[in-house]
Design a protein. Sequence first.
Length: 144
Amino acid sequence: MNLKKVDELIPVALQLLENPSDDFKNIKTTENKIPSKYAGYIASFGPSVIQAGIAKTLAFYKKGETADRPIITNFVKHVLVDGNPNLKLDKNKELLTLYLENANQQTTNQQTTLKRLNFRDKILEAALACKLAMFTYETKEEDQ
């Protein structure tokens, strides 16, 4: 993971939080606070990737009992796409689909592994930038 790239992605994430798209508009309340569940989801994203792997984590965040977790992957996807214009990624596809397409391109096994790790690192950089940007906002504890 490239920490310099994370530094470049933080302003992108902050800008997206200021004007969230429809994909992740609920990430911020009307009082400009981050609901605690989203702060928890983004905080656990990186450790989940390390423990379970990127594909399993993205599959887990893709669907849930509620529509909460996909908001995090949509936010990460937007930061990834907007912060890496040279990758030419389709913002209309889900993050799991983008990862699988990028990782499964026709190359040798060694190149595929390197591509997969490189793209995983780009996703983690975007996720870390999202996490740091979200933590600049106050967290709103939700009613149980």
